[in-house]
Design a protein around this ligand. Structure first.
Ligand code: ADP
Ligand code: MG
Length: 681
């Protein structure tokens, strides 16, 4: 969105000031009103110098009795202020001539700062100073201190905000019955209180954002988010999608041929999906399931549902390795049922590609599997009924939009192994339906995680040798080097060379992002067939790769990787019955965040718990990453602390949309203004 071109109702004409305000996210008058203080200064109460409490910011007053610019131990302005018998020393290490003037002997000055006991007795360093005369009154409210930016002083920001408050209609968007039921104060009073709190309000309640006025603002913000997400959710019901009903014959055939039965959780999510598919409007369901929880078979069964109903299905994966693996697996599953699968990836040769495109366009292939090449312009489906996106968190918004543009409005199933904590999915994913596979298939032995210093690399190499000699296989993951792909590739090549030499009796393979697709596929096939014992890889194997015989994983420079990435990588092992180990090699010194991350991954195997802690460490903005599809980010509410408000906002949003749509619209336009058009993604 180009905010600079939107007309602004700010009480400002200077382009420079507008630019500074924009830096603070202030584009319109209401943004000024929502620009709330970080903290407050208390200039409502004057302490006698002798009785002022130590260690907190206080306001005191006295007469200047002395000032000098001293040069020892360094240049500084040193003053003395007297009140009765008490003397306060005041020092400035940096000062302007105007400050020297303020301390003219005989002036009465009011000082705001912290008193400490220094070498000469009571002392204040760098106080805020004001020269006073007899008539100068005390502030009646706490003085707000706002987040600001260079070139915009606190007083000028205060003036702008006060003027916006003075001239704005701050009527309530919410009916008083709603507010009473939730025990929330009026909007107008709440913002006024936060900008100019009376002196008797405990500062803690303000800075901790627990005061009812804060509760009101947080509620309004959460409500705006719920309203926008739920409006998008409801809008989908006005679109039509094919009603897909199927007696489940194909699904039963497929299941009969599998060596395992579905878990209860898999059955439950399949029922949820089948019910959605039978509705006349497009499904948009997010299927969450931890790494290894068995999402692929669910995807295959959902596709069969669409196919049996006479439509096509598509399955898109973020990497060619994963897409190809899906292609091989699903082709093998579906071939006995007489269902043809097309394969589309960027690396296909032209003639092969056009053959595959024909099969999709004619409807000969009922299922198409591929990378995002599946949704490029030349691809047309005879009749697409269901689009499935695996590892959806790896795709950006644009790719998802392209996908939606294919069939009129096909049903959509998005799968993700990055579990989203409940509060986060209640807020940022409120426009989707969510299914969760909360159970792993039986018979898995838990993965043992070890943190090992890089210094003990040789021992680890020995361990790899031993495991592989026992008939197991291993992954060796090379470090992520974000700054340079070339360097990352070089590291992988070097590691491969060194390990091949040290482990001469083993077959050591290599897979990285720069290899041709066919080469990658050949290496993966050889690894799957146990012709390669140790696979050196870059993080290209992060998602989806499934080789149950691999039971050892070594991750180099684990401290550079994010939590969800580590969890995903670790999930490549522990897929069979053998006990699996994941060794995280780290290099010291470790930063505090790296330490915190490694501790979390070491102590937890449950993806939901890891995600919860990840959210805690990073905050929602970073956690969500690519999902920031215009979903309004929360500034005031805290998803960990404000669960109750979130629940209340959720219920209120539904009620308003049902019973008072005009209230909903008014609230949305106040809170989101011109941003509402971003929410349709
Ligand atoms: P993910 O959810 O990470 O995509 P996969 O679909 O790759 O997981 O499944 C992981 C492994 O578990 C595969 O080898 C798959 O065949 C197997 N699997 C899936 N469901 C079951 C089940 N109900 N019982 C036993 N094994 C299963
Ligand atoms: Mg998967």
């Amino acid at each position: 969105m180009n905010t600079s071109s939107t007309p602004t109702d700010l009480p400002v004409t200077s382009a420079a000031v507008l630019q500074r305000l924009a830096k603070l996210g202030i584009h319109r008058r209401f943004d000024l009103i929502l620009h709330l203080p970080l903290r407050y200064e208390d200039e409502t109460h004057l302490y006698p110098i002798a009785d002022a409490p130590l260690g907190e910011t206080v306001l005191v007053e006295g007469e200047v009795t002395h000032h000098e610019i001293s040069y020892r131990p360094r240049r500084q302005l040193v003053c003395q202020v007297r009140e009765g018998e008490s003397v306060l020393h005041v020092r400035f290490l940096n000062f302007y001539p105007s400050q020297v003037k303020q301390f003219a002997v005989g002036n009465r000055v009011r000082l705001l700062g912290e008193i400490r006991h220094g070498f000469f007795g009571a002392e204040m360093v760098h106080p805020k100073v004001r020269v006073v005369t007899d008539g100068t009154s005390l502030a009646e409210a706490l003085t707000p201190v706002y987040p600001t930016t260079a070139g915009l002083t606190q007083p000028s920001l205060r003036k702008l905000i006060a003027s916006a408050m003075g001239t704005s209609e701050l009527s309530d968007t919410l009916p008083s019955a709603t507010l009473d039921a939730l025990n929330l104060p009026a909007f107008d009073g709440s913002v006024r209180l936060l900008h100019n709190p009376p002196p008797d309000v405990p500062q803690r309640a303000l800075t901790e954002r627990e005061h009812p006025a804060w509760q009101r603002l947080k509620f309004d913000e959460l409500l705006a988010q719920q309203l926008s997400m739920r409006t998008a959710y409801r809008a989908r019901r006005d679109k039509s999608a094919p009603v897909l009903t199927s007696p489940g014959t194909l699904a039963r055939q497929l299941l009969a041929g599998l060596p395992f039965g579905l878990t209860g959780a898999q059955q439950r999510v399949l029922t949820e999906i089948s019910q959605d598919l039978a509705r006349p409007y497009p499904m948009q369901r997010l299927l969450q399931g931890d790494v290894g929880s068995g999402k692929t078979i669910v995807a295959a069964l959902a596709a069969l549902h669409a196919i049996e109903a006479g439509y096509q299905a598509a399955l898109m994966a973020p990497t060619e390795i994963l897409a190809e693996q899906h292609f091989l697996k699903l082709s093998a599953w579906l071939a006995p049922l007489g269902i043809e699968v097309a394969w589309l990836a960027g690396s296909l040769r032209k003639s092969e590609k056009s053959k595959q495109l024909d099969r999709v366009a004619s409807g000969e292939a009922k299922l198409a599997i591929g990378t995002h090449a599946l949704f490029q312009e030349q691809v047309t489906f005879e009749q697409l009924g269901l689009a499935i996106v695996d590892e959806q968190h790896r795709f950006g918004v644009h790719q998802r939009l392209a996908l939606r543009a294919k069939g009129h409005s096909p049903h959509q199933l998005m799968m993700s192994a990055t579990p989203i904590p409940r509060t986060l999915s209640m807020s940022y994913y409120a426009d989707l339906d969510v299914s969760v596979i909360d159970e792993l298939p039986p018979g898995r032995t838990p993965i043992v995680t070890k943190l090992v210093s890089e210094a003990r690399r040789d021992e680890i190499i020995e361990r790899v040798r031993m495991k592989c000699q026992e008939g197991r296989q291993a992954y060796w993951v090379c470090p992520l080097i974000e700054e340079s792909e070339a360097l990352q590739l070089q590291t992988a090549l070097d590691t491969h060379a060194v390990l091949s030499e040290s482990l001469a009796e083993l077959k050591v393979g290599l897979v990285h992002g720069r290899m041709k697709a066919a080469e990658k596929a050949a290496v993966m096939a050889a690894f799957k067939a146990n012709e390669i014992h140790l696979l050196v890889a870059t993080t290209v194997i992060e998602v989806g790769v499934d080789v149950p015989n691999a039971s050892l994983m070594v991750i180099e420079h684990a401290e550079r990787m994010g939590l969800s990435q580590l969890h995903q990588l670790r999930g490549r092992v522990g897929r069979g019955a053998a006990e699996s180990t994941c060794i995280l090699l780290y290099t010291t010194p470790l930063s505090d965040t790296a330490k915190a991350r490694l501790k979390v991954i070491y102590e937890n195997t449950d993806g939901f718990e890891i995600a919860r802690q990840d959210l805690h460490l990073r905050g929602p903005g970073e956690f969500l990453g690519a999902r920031q599809s215009g979903a309004p980010m929360l500034r005031f509410a805290d998803l960990e602390k404000d669960v109750e408000l979130l629940e209340a906002a959720q219920a209120t949003a539904e009620r308003l949309l049902d019973q008072a749509p005009s209230v909903a619209t008014a609230h949305l336009s106040r809170w989101l203004g011109s941003k509402t058009d971003l929410l349709k993604v």
